[in-house]
Write a protein that binds this ligand. Structure first.
Ligand code: NAG
Ligand code: NAG
Length: 205
């Protein structure tokens, strides 16, 4: 220790490091976040919009078989035999699924929007089938008509409840963030028609 302190060359190096460190503390800092709003106790010129929280509940009808499929396979992966499914790792589906108020078919339950996006069979593990689900929920009813929510999620389709992150939104849902709980309400193996129950919780402005 004593020899370290008395070494003039080391002292010079140390002081140089201090100068470099303080010079780099300028515009770009790592690991520090700035508040988005001024913390000064000034009266704001514009009152910031209040954040709202909204809960939505509806059903999604996904049919990749039958006469009028709403999800079509556009890329087929090599056969790796996912059990209980005609699908393979790597399959990509584009979907335009109706969203309805109730679980009954779209002819009897009120249409509230559509889920437009894609899902990809993204798990190689056949014991843990999971999709990459990336979709926009486009609402067509009431005050949410024309507003959208964006979901980017892992959907482990055989799990009883899946949690999907809501990563954004437009219109009434500008700056939205939140989550959706997804459950399989019913699945018809003949027509490959799935009815999914969605509970969406979002914070937005
Ligand atoms: C939703 O908005 C579109 C476009 O503005 C309009 O044509 C349609 O009638 C609206 N639907 C409802 C149910 O308000
Ligand atoms: C599927 O088809 C079989 C044979 O046609 C029929 O017996 C069965 O009830 C159908 N299942 C559903 C859920 O519609």
């Amino acid at each position: 220790m004593a020899s370290f302190q008395s070494n003039p060359f080391l002292l010079f190096l140390l002081s140089l490091m201090v100068v470099v460190a303080s010079a780099s503390g300028g515009e770009f800092t790592l690991g520090k976040e700035k508040p988005t709003r001024s913390t000064k106790k000034e009266k704001p010129t514009r009152s910031p919009k209040k954040e709202k929280s909204t809960h939505l509940h509806f059903y999604m009808h996904d049919s990749n078989g039958g006469r009028k499929p709403t999800a079509i396979r556009v890329v087929q992966g090599p056969p790796l035999n996912l059990p209980g499914s005609n699908s393979n790792f790597g399959d990509v589906f584009v979907m335009d699924d109706p969203l309805t108020e109730g679980p009954k078919s779209t002819s009897t339950s009120k249409l509230v929007g559509r889920a437009q996006g894609l899902h990809v069979f993204a798990s190689r593990d056949s014991a843990d089938t999971a999709l990459l689900l990336t979709t926009n929920l486009v609402f067509t009813e009431g005050k949410y008509n024309g507003s959208t929510l964006s979901i980017l999620a892992r959907d482990a389709i055989f799990a009883p409840v899946r949690e999907l992150p809501v990563v954004g939104g437009t219109g009434e849902f500008r700056l939205a963030r939140g989550y959706a709980l997804l459950k399989t309400h019913s699945f018809n193996t003949n027509s490959s028609n799935a009815v999914l129950d969605l509970d969406v919780h979002v914070m937005h402005y």
